[in-house]
Design a binder for this molecule. Sequence first.
Ligand SMILES: *Cc1c(COP(=O)(O)O)cnc(C)c1O
Length: 332
Amino acid sequence: MTDVTLQSIYAARRAIHGVACRTPLVPAYALAGGDGLDLRLKLETAQPTGAFKLRGAANAAARLAPDALRRGVVCASTGNHGRAVAFAARRLGGRAVVCMSRLVPENKLAAIRALGAETRIVGDSQDEAQVEVARLVTEEGLSEIPPFDHPDVIAGQGTIGLELLEDLPELDTVVVPLSGGGLIAGIARAVKSAAPAVRVIGVSMTRGAAMQASLAAGRPVDVREEPTLADSLGGGIGLDNRWTFRMVRELVDEVVLLSEAEIAAAMRRLFLEEGWVAEGGGAVGVALLQEPHRALLGRRVAMIVSGRGIDMELFRRVVDGEVPFEKGVADG
Ligand SMILES: *Cc1c(COP(=O)(O)O)cnc(C)c1O
C-alpha cells in the first residue's frame, strides 16, 4: 500500500465525485462573538449519510477492481461507518455486507438495510462481528473497508482539507473531532502539504480517548470504553495500528480532551446559536470557544462538524439541558 500524499488525496477527490458531496463551509457569527475571530463550520452533517465517513468509504470502494466490488465490501459498524459503506457500495454498483451482534437495536439494523446492504447477525459482541468480517474476507473473498486505519480511507477524509484550503486560503487553525484518527490524519496531510503553518487541533472526550493515551504511551494502547455523549469518538485505535497513529504523531499539533458537560454544552450552543444539529462527536470543536481552551484558537478558524448520527430524543434532552452520561451510565 502506498503512503497518503497530497497526490493520493487529489486522486480520492476524483474517485468520490458523485458519491460524497462537497460540503459547505459556513460562517458562525453568533458563536464567534465579534472579537475578531473569523469562525467557519465545515458541515459534514450535509453528507447524504449524515457524516464525513462517506468520503473514506467511497474512496476505498472506488479503488477496488470491479469484480472485487461485485463480490462485496464488508465492515462491522452499524454507525456512521456502516451507513457510509452501505451507501458507497450501492452507488458504485457493488455489494455491501454489514456484520453486527444481535444486541444492535432494530432501528439501526433497519437503517443499514434501507441503504441496500446485507446484514449478518453474529454473536453478542462487536468482537464476534469482527471475527465474521475476517471470515468473509478469507473464505468468501470479500474486501474489508476499515473505519480509519487504511490509506484509501484516510485519503478520502483528506478531501475535506482540499476544500478548506480552497474556501478559506488564509486559514490558521483547523479543529477536528478525533477518534481512530483517519479524519484528522487526512485533513492534516492535505492542509499541511500546502500550508505547513496551519495548526491542526484534535478534540476527543476524556472518557476513553484512545489516541491521546497512545500518544502519551508512545505506542498504540487500549483504553477502557465508557458511555459518552460522543459515542462516535469511542473505541480503540487498534494495537496493530499501521497508519493513523504515526500520522497523528507527526502532523497533529494539539489534542484537547472534554468532559461530558462540555460536550453537551457544545451541542446545545451549536443548535441554539447557529441552528445546526450535530451528534456529540460532531459538535466537540465548539467547546474550544470556552475557557480554558480558547487560547488554542487562532484568528481564522475552521471547525469540522463531523456528523449528525444521533437519536433525536437524546438530542432533545441535551438541548433541554441534560448531560446524559455524566454519572457514567445512561440514566434514561
Ligand atoms: C468516526 C467519526 C469521528 C472520528 O473519526 P476518526 O477518523 O475515527 O478519528 C468523528 N466524528 C464522527 C461523527 C464520526 O462518525
